[in-house]
Design a protein around this ligand. Sequence first.
Ligand code: KG4
Ligand code: ZN
Length: 359
Amino acid sequence: DSNFMVLGIETSCDDTGCAIVDSNGTILGESLHSQLKVHLDHGGIVPPVASDLHRAHIDQVVDEAIRASGVDIYDIAAIATTNRPGLPLSLEIGLLKGKKMARDLGVPFIPIHHMEAHALTIRMLEKDVQFPFLVLLASGGHCILAVAQQVDKFLILGQTINNAPGEQFDKAARKLNLKVIPGLENVCGGAAIEILARKGYSSAFPFSTSMTQYQDCNFSFAGITMNLYGHVKKIQKKFDLVDGDILPGLEDLCASYQHAVTKHICQRLQRAMEFVDRKELIPLGQGPRAFVVSGGVASNRYIKMAMEVICSEYDYKLYAPPPRLCTDNGVMIAWNGVERWKAQSGIAENLDDVDFYGK
Ligand code: KG4
Ligand code: ZN
């Protein structure tokens, strides 16, 4: 069948992204505007600020992706845009733009589920990843463990019962005031902790393991962060320090915290793999089965290495998109549009019916 192109738009959180991807998975043009710096200064994402920044940059981001691709915009088969889940005020900006373009160009519109897009990105890069496969999405807003059975069919095995791991990494980094450390001013919380953890001992501070009494694959990260706060308090007391002061033993603290988060993720992953085997959800084929990990937290190399160990035990191969495709971007939305277009699934029949849905 013939090659076609989809333009994708992403504005669900704090990145304004656009890309044009073809049906072979070639990225023809892309553009991304990150709001990270502004939100770091605010100590977190302020939804109306995020929305204003999307509004200010969306046209320019889309124009840049089109210009970079060199594609005649009238050759595009469809427009895909994230409409769920996310910050409603942010989703709205991308959706208005995407629907307007679909109307102006007279092409079909495909509303995209942000997490489905994270899960499917790997199939653009690795043709070996076929349905069904196991997938863990761990980002600043989500933590989902699922079996991807088809483009539009996911069996959820576990989710976080409180906060997402990335959000917890960000909170921990703020508590430790990592952004004042030279070189870490402009990196997100998770990455800052990973960098410092490389120079620390992961067993220096004790952390309790969460959820071990529950026979499911759900996650809970809030307790691990509370544990960290406890250690911070003790160190502050011992050295007569206050919030914001850089703590002695900071690297050990980061390494131990990262290790506790990793251990929890791995315990749940192992349980999920046991369940998949018992229910024969993913058949053992010729080679190993696919375990896909994505979302911002998937760019953490320590967590990835630990998961590799579990994978080799249960006959899986770990696949992770490169970090720039693990975090939010327009490419994954365009590719999800390609997958949906190939399956002829979820294409909007009436643009007026497409709305945005919050978390
Ligand atoms: O997927 P993403 O860009 O945005 C969504 O949340 O959808 O993920 C961002 C999150 C942030 O919370 C950030 O702290 C976390 O991913 N993150 C990391 C690392 N890099 C980014 N967490 C742990 N280790 C990292 N290296
Ligand atoms: Zn995301």
